[in-house]
Ligand binder design. Structure first.
Ligand code: URP
Ligand code: ZN
Ligand code: ZN
Length: 511
Protein backbone atom coordinates (compact mmCIF):
# COMPACT_ATOMS: atom_id res chain seq x y z
CA UNK A 1 0.00 0.00 0.00
CA UNK A 2 2.74 2.45 -0.81
CA UNK A 3 0.82 4.60 -3.25
CA UNK A 4 0.32 8.31 -3.17
CA UNK A 5 -3.14 8.60 -1.72
CA UNK A 6 -5.65 11.37 -2.01
CA UNK A 7 -7.50 11.67 1.23
CA UNK A 8 -11.24 11.07 0.90
CA UNK A 9 -13.09 10.74 4.18
CA UNK A 10 -16.27 9.57 2.47
CA UNK A 11 -14.64 6.26 1.45
CA UNK A 12 -15.19 3.39 3.88
CA UNK A 13 -11.59 3.35 5.05
CA UNK A 14 -11.04 7.04 4.43
CA UNK A 15 -8.68 6.15 1.59
CA UNK A 16 -9.09 7.26 -1.99
CA UNK A 17 -6.30 6.76 -4.48
CA UNK A 18 -5.08 8.70 -7.46
CA UNK A 19 -2.70 7.25 -10.02
CA UNK A 20 0.42 9.32 -9.55
CA UNK A 21 3.30 7.86 -7.58
CA UNK A 22 4.68 9.99 -4.82
CA UNK A 23 6.59 13.00 -6.09
CA UNK A 24 7.00 14.57 -2.69
CA UNK A 25 10.32 16.40 -2.28
CA UNK A 26 12.83 15.02 0.18
CA UNK A 27 15.00 18.16 0.25
CA UNK A 28 13.28 21.18 1.72
CA UNK A 29 14.54 24.58 2.84
CA UNK A 30 12.26 26.61 5.10
CA UNK A 31 13.49 30.20 4.83
CA UNK A 32 13.21 33.16 7.14
CA UNK A 33 10.75 31.89 9.74
CA UNK A 34 10.95 32.22 13.50
CA UNK A 35 12.08 28.82 14.72
CA UNK A 36 10.45 28.07 18.06
CA UNK A 37 11.71 25.40 20.44
CA UNK A 38 10.59 24.85 24.03
CA UNK A 39 13.47 26.89 25.47
CA UNK A 40 14.26 29.42 22.77
CA UNK A 41 13.12 31.13 19.58
CA UNK A 42 15.14 32.80 16.82
CA UNK A 43 14.86 33.74 13.15
CA UNK A 44 16.63 30.99 11.18
CA UNK A 45 16.39 28.76 8.12
CA UNK A 46 15.73 25.04 8.48
CA UNK A 47 17.14 22.56 5.97
CA UNK A 48 15.60 19.10 5.70
CA UNK A 49 16.92 16.10 3.81
CA UNK A 50 15.72 12.49 3.74
CA UNK A 51 13.42 12.80 6.71
CA UNK A 52 15.84 14.56 9.04
CA UNK A 53 16.58 18.15 9.99
CA UNK A 54 20.12 18.72 8.74
CA UNK A 55 20.75 22.34 9.71
CA UNK A 56 19.12 25.20 11.62
CA UNK A 57 20.85 28.56 11.14
CA UNK A 58 20.43 31.88 9.32
CA UNK A 59 21.14 32.18 5.58
CA UNK A 60 21.46 28.55 4.53
CA UNK A 61 22.41 28.30 0.85
CA UNK A 62 21.23 25.32 -1.17
CA UNK A 63 21.73 23.95 -4.69
CA UNK A 64 18.98 23.51 -7.31
CA UNK A 65 16.42 20.77 -6.77
CA UNK A 66 15.55 21.82 -3.25
CA UNK A 67 11.99 22.90 -2.51
CA UNK A 68 12.17 26.33 -0.85
CA UNK A 69 9.33 27.54 1.37
CA UNK A 70 9.23 31.16 2.47
CA UNK A 71 8.23 31.31 6.15
CA UNK A 72 8.84 35.03 6.71
CA UNK A 73 6.53 36.32 9.46
CA UNK A 74 5.56 32.78 10.44
CA UNK A 75 6.52 30.36 13.20
CA UNK A 76 8.42 27.18 12.40
CA UNK A 77 7.69 24.74 15.22
CA UNK A 78 8.01 21.03 16.01
CA UNK A 79 4.98 19.05 14.85
CA UNK A 80 2.52 18.39 17.65
CA UNK A 81 2.69 15.15 19.61
CA UNK A 82 -0.62 14.00 21.07
CA UNK A 83 -0.02 11.81 24.15
CA UNK A 84 -3.59 10.47 24.31
CA UNK A 85 -5.64 8.99 21.45
CA UNK A 86 -7.89 6.03 20.72
CA UNK A 87 -7.89 5.03 17.04
CA UNK A 88 -9.74 1.90 15.90
CA UNK A 89 -10.59 1.20 19.53
CA UNK A 90 -13.29 -1.33 20.37
CA UNK A 91 -15.23 0.25 23.20
CA UNK A 92 -18.76 0.12 24.65
CA UNK A 93 -19.97 -2.37 22.04
CA UNK A 94 -18.70 -0.49 19.00
CA UNK A 95 -15.48 0.77 17.41
CA UNK A 96 -14.24 4.36 17.08
CA UNK A 97 -15.01 5.80 13.67
CA UNK A 98 -11.43 7.00 13.07
CA UNK A 99 -8.84 4.36 12.26
CA UNK A 100 -5.06 4.78 12.07
CA UNK A 101 -5.37 6.35 8.61
CA UNK A 102 -8.30 8.73 8.99
CA UNK A 103 -7.38 9.80 12.51
CA UNK A 104 -3.79 10.46 11.50
CA UNK A 105 -4.80 12.27 8.30
CA UNK A 106 -6.93 14.56 10.48
CA UNK A 107 -4.00 15.01 12.86
CA UNK A 108 -1.63 16.03 10.04
CA UNK A 109 -4.14 18.57 8.69
CA UNK A 110 -4.08 20.14 12.15
CA UNK A 111 -0.30 20.11 12.65
CA UNK A 112 0.12 17.00 14.80
CA UNK A 113 2.79 14.67 13.44
CA UNK A 114 2.92 11.96 16.11
CA UNK A 115 0.54 10.46 18.65
CA UNK A 116 0.61 7.77 21.29
CA UNK A 117 -2.38 5.41 21.21
CA UNK A 118 -3.63 3.08 23.92
CA UNK A 119 -3.37 -0.64 23.17
CA UNK A 120 -6.27 -2.44 24.84
CA UNK A 121 -5.47 -6.04 25.83
CA UNK A 122 -7.58 -8.83 24.29
CA UNK A 123 -9.18 -10.90 27.07
CA UNK A 124 -6.59 -9.39 29.41
CA UNK A 125 -3.72 -10.60 27.21
CA UNK A 126 -1.13 -7.92 26.51
CA UNK A 127 0.54 -9.80 23.66
CA UNK A 128 -2.78 -10.41 21.88
CA UNK A 129 -3.67 -6.75 22.31
CA UNK A 130 -0.28 -5.70 20.99
CA UNK A 131 -0.62 -7.92 17.89
CA UNK A 132 -4.11 -6.53 17.21
CA UNK A 133 -2.81 -2.94 17.33
CA UNK A 134 0.18 -3.77 15.11
CA UNK A 135 -2.41 -4.85 12.50
CA UNK A 136 -4.58 -1.76 12.99
CA UNK A 137 -1.54 0.51 12.68
CA UNK A 138 -0.54 -0.86 9.26
CA UNK A 139 -2.64 2.01 7.83
CA UNK A 140 -0.51 4.61 9.58
CA UNK A 141 0.50 7.70 7.59
CA UNK A 142 2.44 9.36 10.42
CA UNK A 143 4.63 8.26 13.30
CA UNK A 144 3.02 6.77 16.38
CA UNK A 145 3.80 4.97 19.61
CA UNK A 146 1.82 2.82 22.01
CA UNK A 147 0.81 2.96 25.66
CA UNK A 148 -0.82 -0.20 26.97
CA UNK A 149 -3.80 -0.64 29.29
CA UNK A 150 -3.68 -3.22 32.09
CA UNK A 151 -7.12 -4.71 32.70
CA UNK A 152 -6.42 -7.80 34.80
CA UNK A 153 -3.67 -9.26 36.99
CA UNK A 154 -2.30 -12.80 37.13
CA UNK A 155 1.14 -14.45 36.86
CA UNK A 156 1.35 -13.79 33.13
CA UNK A 157 0.56 -10.04 33.03
CA UNK A 158 3.75 -8.80 34.79
CA UNK A 159 5.86 -11.06 32.54
CA UNK A 160 4.13 -9.62 29.48
CA UNK A 161 4.67 -6.08 30.81
CA UNK A 162 8.37 -6.86 30.88
CA UNK A 163 8.28 -8.07 27.26
CA UNK A 164 6.39 -4.96 26.18
CA UNK A 165 9.01 -2.70 27.77
CA UNK A 166 12.15 -4.65 26.87
CA UNK A 167 11.20 -5.90 23.40
CA UNK A 168 8.26 -3.89 22.05
CA UNK A 169 9.15 -0.30 22.85
CA UNK A 170 6.24 0.44 25.20
CA UNK A 171 7.21 2.49 28.26
CA UNK A 172 3.82 3.34 29.82
CA UNK A 173 0.82 1.45 31.17
CA UNK A 174 -2.65 2.81 31.87
CA UNK A 175 -4.88 1.71 34.74
CA UNK A 176 -8.59 2.54 34.50
CA UNK A 177 -10.07 3.31 37.93
CA UNK A 178 -13.50 3.61 36.23
CA UNK A 179 -15.62 1.63 33.72
CA UNK A 180 -16.77 -0.92 36.31
CA UNK A 181 -17.40 -4.32 34.77
CA UNK A 182 -15.13 -3.76 31.77
CA UNK A 183 -11.78 -1.96 32.07
CA UNK A 184 -11.81 -0.99 35.76
CA UNK A 185 -9.08 -2.24 38.08
CA UNK A 186 -9.13 -2.61 41.87
CA UNK A 187 -6.72 -0.87 44.26
CA UNK A 188 -4.72 -4.07 44.80
CA UNK A 189 -4.23 -4.44 41.04
CA UNK A 190 -3.23 -0.78 40.81
CA UNK A 191 -0.66 -1.29 43.58
CA UNK A 192 0.79 -4.36 41.86
CA UNK A 193 0.86 -2.41 38.60
CA UNK A 194 2.60 0.59 40.15
CA UNK A 195 5.28 -1.65 41.66
CA UNK A 196 5.83 -3.46 38.36
CA UNK A 197 5.98 -0.20 36.39
CA UNK A 198 8.58 1.11 38.83
CA UNK A 199 10.76 -1.98 38.51
CA UNK A 200 10.65 -1.67 34.70
CA UNK A 201 11.16 2.10 34.59
CA UNK A 202 7.76 2.43 32.89
CA UNK A 203 5.35 5.30 33.52
CA UNK A 204 2.09 4.36 35.25
CA UNK A 205 -0.93 6.28 33.97
CA UNK A 206 -4.37 6.45 35.56
CA UNK A 207 -7.88 7.26 34.42
CA UNK A 208 -8.90 8.66 37.79
CA UNK A 209 -12.59 8.35 38.66
CA UNK A 210 -14.10 6.26 41.45
CA UNK A 211 -15.76 3.59 39.31
CA UNK A 212 -17.83 2.09 42.14
CA UNK A 213 -19.29 5.48 43.03
CA UNK A 214 -19.89 6.29 39.34
CA UNK A 215 -21.88 3.03 39.09
CA UNK A 216 -23.95 4.15 42.10
CA UNK A 217 -24.40 7.64 40.62
CA UNK A 218 -25.62 6.17 37.34
CA UNK A 219 -28.21 4.04 39.16
CA UNK A 220 -29.36 7.09 41.09
CA UNK A 221 -29.91 9.10 37.88
CA UNK A 222 -31.87 6.30 36.21
CA UNK A 223 -34.04 5.93 39.34
CA UNK A 224 -34.73 9.68 39.16
CA UNK A 225 -35.83 9.23 35.54
CA UNK A 226 -32.80 11.15 34.20
CA UNK A 227 -31.88 9.06 31.16
CA UNK A 228 -30.44 11.73 28.81
CA UNK A 229 -26.83 12.94 28.32
CA UNK A 230 -27.11 15.35 31.28
CA UNK A 231 -27.36 12.22 33.46
CA UNK A 232 -23.80 11.38 32.38
CA UNK A 233 -22.41 14.55 33.96
CA UNK A 234 -24.65 14.32 37.02
CA UNK A 235 -23.72 10.69 37.73
CA UNK A 236 -19.96 11.29 37.91
CA UNK A 237 -19.33 14.69 39.58
CA UNK A 238 -15.87 16.25 40.11
CA UNK A 239 -15.62 14.90 43.67
CA UNK A 240 -15.33 11.36 42.26
CA UNK A 241 -12.49 12.46 40.01
CA UNK A 242 -10.80 14.28 42.88
CA UNK A 243 -11.11 11.23 45.16
CA UNK A 244 -9.62 8.81 42.63
CA UNK A 245 -6.84 11.24 41.72
CA UNK A 246 -5.94 11.61 45.39
CA UNK A 247 -6.06 7.83 45.91
CA UNK A 248 -3.83 7.09 42.90
CA UNK A 249 -1.39 9.79 44.02
CA UNK A 250 -1.20 8.37 47.54
CA UNK A 251 -0.71 4.80 46.30
CA UNK A 252 2.03 6.00 43.94
CA UNK A 253 3.66 7.85 46.87
CA UNK A 254 3.43 4.70 49.00
CA UNK A 255 5.59 2.78 46.50
CA UNK A 256 7.54 5.88 45.38
CA UNK A 257 6.59 5.49 41.72
CA UNK A 258 6.10 8.34 39.22
CA UNK A 259 2.49 8.83 38.14
CA UNK A 260 0.78 10.35 35.08
CA UNK A 261 -2.87 11.37 35.48
CA UNK A 262 -4.59 11.38 32.07
CA UNK A 263 -7.46 13.68 31.07
CA UNK A 264 -7.55 15.92 34.15
CA UNK A 265 -11.02 17.46 33.77
CA UNK A 266 -11.74 19.17 37.09
CA UNK A 267 -10.32 21.71 39.50
CA UNK A 268 -10.68 19.02 42.16
CA UNK A 269 -8.27 16.64 40.39
CA UNK A 270 -5.88 19.44 39.42
CA UNK A 271 -5.61 20.62 43.04
CA UNK A 272 -4.69 17.11 44.20
CA UNK A 273 -1.89 17.07 41.62
CA UNK A 274 -0.69 20.53 42.65
CA UNK A 275 -0.62 19.48 46.31
CA UNK A 276 1.40 16.34 45.53
CA UNK A 277 3.88 18.29 43.40
CA UNK A 278 4.33 20.81 46.22
CA UNK A 279 5.30 18.01 48.53
CA UNK A 280 7.90 16.85 46.02
CA UNK A 281 6.02 13.96 44.44
CA UNK A 282 6.62 13.13 40.76
CA UNK A 283 3.11 13.49 39.35
CA UNK A 284 2.27 14.62 35.83
CA UNK A 285 -1.17 16.03 34.97
CA UNK A 286 -2.48 15.95 31.41
CA UNK A 287 -5.44 18.17 30.55
CA UNK A 288 -7.24 17.52 27.26
CA UNK A 289 -8.54 20.14 24.86
CA UNK A 290 -12.22 19.47 25.64
CA UNK A 291 -11.59 20.01 29.36
CA UNK A 292 -9.72 23.27 28.74
CA UNK A 293 -12.22 24.76 26.31
CA UNK A 294 -15.74 23.39 26.78
CA UNK A 295 -18.27 23.47 29.61
CA UNK A 296 -21.05 21.07 30.48
CA UNK A 297 -24.01 23.28 29.48
CA UNK A 298 -23.95 21.47 26.12
CA UNK A 299 -25.04 18.23 27.82
CA UNK A 300 -28.39 19.91 28.56
CA UNK A 301 -29.05 20.66 24.88
CA UNK A 302 -32.60 19.54 23.97
CA UNK A 303 -31.34 17.86 20.78
CA UNK A 304 -30.09 14.38 21.73
CA UNK A 305 -27.26 14.12 19.17
CA UNK A 306 -26.02 17.63 19.92
CA UNK A 307 -25.80 16.74 23.60
CA UNK A 308 -24.56 13.14 23.17
CA UNK A 309 -21.58 14.13 21.05
CA UNK A 310 -20.09 15.76 24.17
CA UNK A 311 -20.34 12.61 26.32
CA UNK A 312 -16.87 11.57 27.46
CA UNK A 313 -15.32 10.45 30.74
CA UNK A 314 -14.49 12.08 33.05
CA UNK A 315 -17.25 14.43 31.92
CA UNK A 316 -16.82 17.93 30.57
CA UNK A 317 -17.30 20.05 33.70
CA UNK A 318 -19.29 23.13 34.69
CA UNK A 319 -18.09 26.57 33.64
CA UNK A 320 -15.04 27.55 35.71
CA UNK A 321 -13.16 24.24 35.71
CA UNK A 322 -11.74 24.92 32.22
CA UNK A 323 -10.40 28.30 33.33
CA UNK A 324 -8.60 26.85 36.37
CA UNK A 325 -7.15 24.09 34.18
CA UNK A 326 -5.87 26.72 31.73
CA UNK A 327 -4.26 28.63 34.61
CA UNK A 328 -2.66 25.41 35.87
CA UNK A 329 -1.31 24.72 32.38
CA UNK A 330 0.17 28.19 32.14
CA UNK A 331 1.92 27.87 35.53
CA UNK A 332 3.26 24.37 34.83
CA UNK A 333 1.13 22.41 37.33
CA UNK A 334 -0.33 20.66 34.28
CA UNK A 335 2.42 19.76 31.88
CA UNK A 336 1.20 18.74 28.41
CA UNK A 337 -2.04 18.73 26.44
CA UNK A 338 -3.68 15.66 24.90
CA UNK A 339 -6.97 15.16 23.12
CA UNK A 340 -8.33 11.75 24.18
CA UNK A 341 -9.49 11.63 20.52
CA UNK A 342 -12.06 8.83 20.61
CA UNK A 343 -14.69 9.54 18.00
CA UNK A 344 -18.11 8.02 17.45
CA UNK A 345 -20.59 9.21 14.84
CA UNK A 346 -24.25 10.14 15.41
CA UNK A 347 -25.48 6.61 14.76
CA UNK A 348 -23.11 5.24 17.38
CA UNK A 349 -23.96 7.98 19.89
CA UNK A 350 -27.65 7.08 19.35
CA UNK A 351 -27.09 3.68 20.97
CA UNK A 352 -27.78 5.60 24.18
CA UNK A 353 -30.94 7.43 23.10
CA UNK A 354 -32.93 5.93 26.01
CA UNK A 355 -30.09 5.47 28.49
CA UNK A 356 -27.02 7.73 28.79
CA UNK A 357 -25.00 4.75 30.08
CA UNK A 358 -25.03 3.32 26.55
CA UNK A 359 -23.72 6.44 24.78
CA UNK A 360 -20.19 5.54 23.64
CA UNK A 361 -17.82 7.82 25.57
CA UNK A 362 -15.48 10.00 23.58
CA UNK A 363 -14.93 13.23 21.63
CA UNK A 364 -12.76 14.42 18.74
CA UNK A 365 -9.72 16.72 18.99
CA UNK A 366 -6.74 15.38 17.02
CA UNK A 367 -7.19 17.86 14.18
CA UNK A 368 -8.22 20.76 16.40
CA UNK A 369 -5.75 20.57 19.31
CA UNK A 370 -2.92 22.73 17.94
CA UNK A 371 -5.28 25.52 16.84
CA UNK A 372 -7.41 25.55 19.97
CA UNK A 373 -4.47 25.48 22.39
CA UNK A 374 -2.83 28.37 20.53
CA UNK A 375 -6.06 30.34 20.58
CA UNK A 376 -6.92 29.63 24.23
CA UNK A 377 -3.44 29.92 25.68
CA UNK A 378 -1.22 32.07 23.42
CA UNK A 379 -3.70 34.43 21.80
CA UNK A 380 -5.24 35.02 25.23
CA UNK A 381 -1.84 36.02 26.60
CA UNK A 382 -1.58 33.16 29.09
CA UNK A 383 1.38 31.46 27.43
CA UNK A 384 4.37 32.25 25.18
CA UNK A 385 5.08 30.56 21.85
CA UNK A 386 7.95 28.62 23.46
CA UNK A 387 5.65 27.37 26.22
CA UNK A 388 3.13 26.39 23.53
CA UNK A 389 5.77 24.20 21.88
CA UNK A 390 6.56 22.65 25.26
CA UNK A 391 2.95 21.68 26.10
CA UNK A 392 1.97 20.52 22.61
CA UNK A 393 5.14 18.64 21.66
CA UNK A 394 8.41 18.79 23.62
CA UNK A 395 7.17 17.72 27.05
CA UNK A 396 5.50 14.67 25.53
CA UNK A 397 8.74 13.73 23.76
CA UNK A 398 10.67 14.13 27.03
CA UNK A 399 8.21 12.16 29.14
CA UNK A 400 8.09 9.26 26.72
CA UNK A 401 11.85 9.38 26.22
CA UNK A 402 12.07 10.22 22.53
CA UNK A 403 13.53 13.73 22.85
CA UNK A 404 15.32 15.25 20.90
CA UNK A 405 14.49 12.87 18.05
CA UNK A 406 10.96 14.26 18.41
CA UNK A 407 9.71 17.53 19.89
CA UNK A 408 12.51 19.78 18.64
CA UNK A 409 13.70 21.73 15.61
CA UNK A 410 17.37 20.77 15.93
CA UNK A 411 19.95 19.35 13.55
CA UNK A 412 19.56 15.56 13.76
CA UNK A 413 15.91 15.58 14.86
CA UNK A 414 13.18 13.96 12.74
CA UNK A 415 11.77 16.42 10.22
CA UNK A 416 8.32 16.75 11.81
CA UNK A 417 7.67 20.45 11.38
CA UNK A 418 4.78 22.88 11.12
CA UNK A 419 4.69 26.33 9.58
CA UNK A 420 2.22 28.34 11.60
CA UNK A 421 0.81 31.67 10.48
CA UNK A 422 -0.21 33.68 13.57
CA UNK A 423 -2.17 36.14 11.42
CA UNK A 424 -4.34 33.63 9.55
CA UNK A 425 -7.66 32.33 10.85
CA UNK A 426 -8.82 28.78 11.53
CA UNK A 427 -12.43 27.59 11.22
CA UNK A 428 -13.79 24.30 12.55
CA UNK A 429 -16.68 22.37 11.06
CA UNK A 430 -17.64 18.73 10.56
CA UNK A 431 -18.18 19.64 6.89
CA UNK A 432 -14.52 20.47 6.36
CA UNK A 433 -12.71 18.42 9.01
CA UNK A 434 -10.84 15.23 8.10
CA UNK A 435 -12.14 12.91 10.81
CA UNK A 436 -14.76 10.45 9.57
CA UNK A 437 -17.17 11.57 12.27
CA UNK A 438 -20.24 13.49 11.11
CA UNK A 439 -20.05 15.77 14.13
CA UNK A 440 -17.44 17.94 15.79
CA UNK A 441 -17.57 19.11 19.40
CA UNK A 442 -15.90 22.39 18.33
CA UNK A 443 -18.38 23.05 15.50
CA UNK A 444 -18.47 26.69 14.41
CA UNK A 445 -15.39 27.80 16.34
CA UNK A 446 -12.81 30.01 14.70
CA UNK A 447 -9.78 31.84 15.94
CA UNK A 448 -6.40 33.33 15.15
CA UNK A 449 -3.41 31.25 14.07
CA UNK A 450 -3.32 28.54 11.43
CA UNK A 451 -1.15 25.56 10.54
CA UNK A 452 -0.42 26.28 6.87
CA UNK A 453 2.16 23.56 6.20
CA UNK A 454 2.81 20.23 7.91
CA UNK A 455 5.98 18.29 7.20
CA UNK A 456 6.01 14.74 8.57
CA UNK A 457 9.02 12.46 8.21
CA UNK A 458 10.55 15.03 5.85
CA UNK A 459 7.60 15.12 3.42
CA UNK A 460 5.13 17.95 2.92
CA UNK A 461 1.82 16.32 3.77
CA UNK A 462 -0.39 19.38 4.29
CA UNK A 463 -0.17 22.53 2.18
CA UNK A 464 -2.72 24.81 0.50
CA UNK A 465 -5.50 23.07 2.45
CA UNK A 466 -4.62 19.78 0.77
CA UNK A 467 -3.50 16.51 2.32
CA UNK A 468 -1.00 14.23 0.60
CA UNK A 469 -0.77 11.16 2.74
CA UNK A 470 0.63 7.71 2.16
CA UNK A 471 -0.94 4.81 4.09
CA UNK A 472 1.77 2.60 5.53
CA UNK A 473 4.33 5.42 5.60
CA UNK A 474 4.02 6.07 9.35
CA UNK A 475 6.72 4.56 11.51
CA UNK A 476 6.30 2.91 14.89
CA UNK A 477 8.38 4.82 17.41
CA UNK A 478 9.89 2.60 20.04
CA UNK A 479 10.07 4.37 23.41
CA UNK A 480 12.72 3.36 25.97
CA UNK A 481 12.00 3.16 29.74
CA UNK A 482 13.46 5.24 32.60
CA UNK A 483 12.44 8.76 31.60
CA UNK A 484 13.59 11.82 33.54
CA UNK A 485 11.05 11.20 36.32
CA UNK A 486 13.13 8.18 37.29
CA UNK A 487 16.34 10.15 37.75
CA UNK A 488 17.30 10.00 41.40
CA UNK A 489 14.39 7.82 42.45
CA UNK A 490 16.81 5.22 43.82
CA UNK A 491 18.14 7.89 46.19
CA UNK A 492 14.60 8.56 47.44
CA UNK A 493 14.17 4.81 48.00
CA UNK A 494 17.44 4.69 49.94
CA UNK A 495 16.37 7.70 52.03
CA UNK A 496 13.08 5.96 52.81
CA UNK A 497 14.86 2.80 53.96
CA UNK A 498 17.19 4.80 56.19
CA UNK A 499 14.25 6.73 57.65
CA UNK A 500 12.64 3.52 58.89
CA UNK A 501 15.26 3.00 61.56
CA UNK A 502 14.19 -0.62 61.47
CA UNK A 503 14.38 -3.49 62.02
CA UNK A 504 15.51 -2.77 65.57
CA UNK A 505 18.20 -5.17 66.66
CA UNK A 506 16.64 -6.29 69.95
CA UNK A 507 18.12 -8.19 72.78
CA UNK A 508 15.99 -11.28 73.23
CA UNK A 509 14.87 -11.78 76.79
CA UNK A 510 16.40 -14.86 78.34
CA UNK A 511 13.39 -16.69 79.71
O1 URP B 1 -14.57 9.17 27.15
C1 URP B 1 -13.42 8.77 26.98
N1 URP B 1 -12.46 9.33 27.65
N2 URP B 1 -13.20 7.77 26.10
C2 URP B 1 -11.98 7.13 25.85
C3 URP B 1 -11.59 6.16 26.92
C4 URP B 1 -10.87 6.83 28.05
O2 URP B 1 -11.36 6.78 29.17
O3 URP B 1 -9.80 7.40 27.86
ZN1 ZN C 1 -9.65 7.36 30.30
ZN1 ZN D 1 -8.61 8.12 26.66
Amino acid sequence: MNKFARYDKTCDSGLGYCDAESDLPSKILIKGGTVVNAEHQEVADVYVEDGLIVAVRPNIKVADGVRVIDATGKFVMPGGIDPHTHLAMEFMGTETIDNFFTGQAAALAGGTTMHIDFVIPVDGSLSKGYEAYVEKAKLACMDYGFHMAITKWDDIVPKEMEIMVKEKGINSFKFFMAYKGSLMVSDDLLLEGLKKCKSLGALAMVHAENGDAVFEGQKRMIELGITGPEGHALSRPPVLEGEATARAIRLAAFVNAPLYVVHVMSTDAMEEIARAQKSGQRVIGEPVVSGLILDDSVLWDPDFITAAKFVMSPPIRALGHGKTLQAALSTGVLKLVGTDHCTFNSTQKSFGIDDFRKIPNGVNGLEERMHLVWDAMVESGQMSATDYVRVTSTECARLFNIYPRKGAILAGSDADIIIFNPNATFHISAKSHHSRSDTNVYEGRSGKGKVEVTIAGGRIVWENEELKVVPGSGKYISMPPFNYLYHGIDKADARYLTSLKAPVNRIRPSL
